[in-house]
Design a protein around this ligand. Structure first.
Ligand code: GH3
Ligand code: MG
Ligand code: MG
Length: 306
């Protein structure tokens, strides 16, 4: 059984709140408020509802306005809203859907039907969330994929420019991995990729640090609020942690065990920086690390602090 969902009921009529609450408990946790203002206050708090039943006509901020503000807020826009209202002409209903509601129920309502519709929308939301999660993760290693990497790097570049903070990116690539596959087989190659991903995932400790599988045997670390010295320290801990795995690689020309080459791009806040520019810089560094002999980190001279 899944956790009971938290449902926020917003209605200025206490009788409606009581009838709905009686029907929806105990399967759902109910939070009820009597105005749009109170609803917005609850939505600023830590306990967000999984679904909102929203009356339209209320004194003060009406239901349409609550919905509009909710859908404009990235932290709240994903919460499904069902309008439940005595206003029942087509135009009002259409307006509700245009504002982003998932359903529209007219009063007087039948609580059994309301409950059935809530169940449907909660199931749909769960499936959508699961799909979104799956679409953001790499199937082989379970860490975020290239798609999430792109979204995260864009977001972090904007944040760094806004806050005037440093941002570092490390691109890394397993050395002689083609030879690893040739020697130990593709399945062993897959296991190796999973182990390396796991080590990287364990290494990133701050919530804002982000690790992804960038491509075949390439991984990426996005390190917000991190200058080049700290990025180089993290790069060193990546080399150490991967060496610690002690995965034999007899076909490698640079080490006896699996190793990585790392390229660091560390940029000072600058509104002109783009995600492509940052990836290019890290890519150039990582190519240089390969040129210099592999199993090492390279950072462009311009990025280095003295
Ligand atoms: P370098 O040291 O220059 O990086 O050499 P390399 O052999 O690692 O680089 P190359 O790009 O020639 O080969 C990458 C190899 O990674 C080839 C490809 O078969 C392998 N690879 C990519 N994705 C996967 C995967 O999902 N599983 C396995 N087992 N191998 C993969
Ligand atoms: Mg490669
Ligand atoms: Mg490689």
């Amino acid at each position: 059984m899944s956790e009971p969902s938290r449902i926020l009921i917003v209605d200025d009529e206490p009788h409606n709140i009581k009838v709905l609450t009686d029907y929806l408990r105990p399967e759902h946790k109910i939070m009820a408020v009597k105005s749009g203002e109170q609803a917005l206050k609850v939505l600023k708090g830590p306990k967000l509802p999984g679904l909102i039943l929203l009356d339209i006509m209320m004194p003060g901020i009406d239901g349409y306005e609550v919905c509009k503000r909710l859908k404009a807020d990235p932290a709240l826009m994903h919460i499904p809203v069902i309008f439940i209202t005595a206003m029942s002409n087509c135009e009002q209903e259409v307006k509700g859907f245009e504002l982003g509601a998932v359903d529209f129920i007219t009063k007087p309502f039948n609580p059994v039907v309301v409950k059935a519709r809530i169940t449907t929308h909660l199931q749909l939301k769960r499936k959508t969330d699961l799909l979104e999660r799956l679409a953001s993760l790499d199937g082989l290693t379970g860490i975020p994929n290239r798609r999430s990497f792109n979204l995260t790097l864009d977001r972090e570049i904007r944040r760094a420019a806004r806050n005037g903070s440093d941002l570092s990116l490390i691109l890394m690539d397993i050395d002689y991995f083609k030879q690893y596959n040739d020697r130990y087989g593709h399945l062993a190659g897959d296991t190796c990729l999973r182990q390396v991903a796991q080590v990287l995932d364990n290494l990133v400790k701050r919530a804002s640090d982000f690790v992804a599988r960038y491509g075949g045997e390439e991984f990426a670390l996005i390190l917000p609020e991190t200058g080049c010295n700290e990025a180089l320290r993290i790069a060193e801990s990546v080399h150490a942690a991967v060496a610690q795995l002690k995965i034999p690689h007899a076909a490698s020309r640079v080490a006896k065990t699996v190793s990585l080459s790392l390229g660091v791009a560390s940029l000072k806040p600058d509104p002109g920086i783009t995600a492509d520019g940052m990836v290019d810089a890290a890519d150039t560094s990582f190519y240089q690390a390969k040129q210099n002999g592999r199993n090492q980190t390279y950072i462009a001279a311009g990025d280095q602090q003295t």
